[in-house]
Design a protein. Sequence first.
Lengths: 252, 222
Amino acid sequence: MKSLDRQSLEEQTRLVSRYVAGDLSRSERAEFEAWLIASPELAAEVEMERRLRRGIASAARRGWLRRSTPSRQYTPERRWRMAAAASVVLSVMALSAVLVFPERSSKAPGSTTTASLPARLLPARTVHLGSVRSMDTTPDVVVMRDQAPSELLVEPDVVTLTCEDGTLDFECAGGAAPSVPQYAEYEMDLVNRRGSTLAWRSARQLPSAGNRLSFVIPTPGSLAAGDYDMVVRGHSPDHEEVVARFWLRIAE
Amino acid sequence: MSNPPVDEIERIVIEALTGDRRAESRMLQALRPGVLAVLRYGAFHRWVDAEDLTQETLHIVVERVRARTIDDPRKVFAFAAATARNLALNAARKVLRQQTVVDSELVDELAQNLEMEQSDLSDSDDRQLAEAVMALLDELPTERDRQLLVRFYLEGVDKQQLCRELGLSPKHFDRVLMRARSRLRTIIERRAPHLALFPRITSILAALALSFTFWVRHFGSW
């Protein structure tokens, strides 16, 4: 083992990737491991190397990486912010509509569109959600019960594309891009977090390349106030998996 | 609280070698993360209970330090690493013997050749880790650095080829990797601290427990 100086430690730090990959020779490994014992700093590097390898592999499995522009394919926070901003804009527009035109709707008894809906039921609302739920502490979607839309159209971007043989890769045989949805069918459950009870389940959908899934939650204003998980599940004949989970809040 | 630097650990071991029992406790605390790392990430990690063998390794190390058969702190580190590795090899042998693999060279080779991915993360942790890595990739200043990480870790392209294709020096390559690890650590500590494998409080408590065992065993009381 070389002297315990900073420079030697940095030399060893350069070997971290090779150590984790199992590429060091026997003598290199023995020296590296003696350094590991002496340096928690190096141990932390090894730990993060493992995490980095596993994290990248996991992200690739989930279809979050694309060879051409990896950074643009996945931006959960950005997407969530956009979804939140869109929700705010829609809510403000909806609220304005209610405040500006309340009399008109009540004074239009002949209108079949409004007559069948409660006084403050708003038009259907569409929410696009990224492939990954925000890690923030706020819900992905908020619906005010007294300003609830007639329908909540949830369009999550959760379908991972695979190669013909089912493998997850950047590039399939012959250089083609993955194009086959990972699961044959997808469905969404709405699970009330209080008591973990199923509040609603969608019909199963067949994914199609280029189109998002689209789940219509009817009359969300009729749901009890509280927090719900919107759980998207993929189904194949022999397997099912939760592919995404979003947070819906029904507020008073 | 941060981990002691390497020269501080060396000083602690020197004190322990003089027979100072308090320094011995500090030595156990200081060596524990490294021993755990060798067992967790070494060639035989899939066959061993790392926590269990860490205790056993430190036990053997402290006995050897007390016996005064080692006089150089660097030899203590090498001895601890070799002990951890041998204990792990024995554990692997036990498992592989059932598969009629008894040759230690072959055991070593088999262990090295098997993929080293851990499978101890839950789906939710795995997802959080993937999210943390994506946040890291998003933060990288250049597309080139992103390509470097993805191609190196995912596609297995070797360092020399990547340096050639991306026009990087080997030093720059190493710097990108080191910065990425450091940044990932920060992101994980912020978003999912339970994914950091060496929660400091755990290592402190474990070292205290180990010291307690030694004191009671050798002096009959705390």
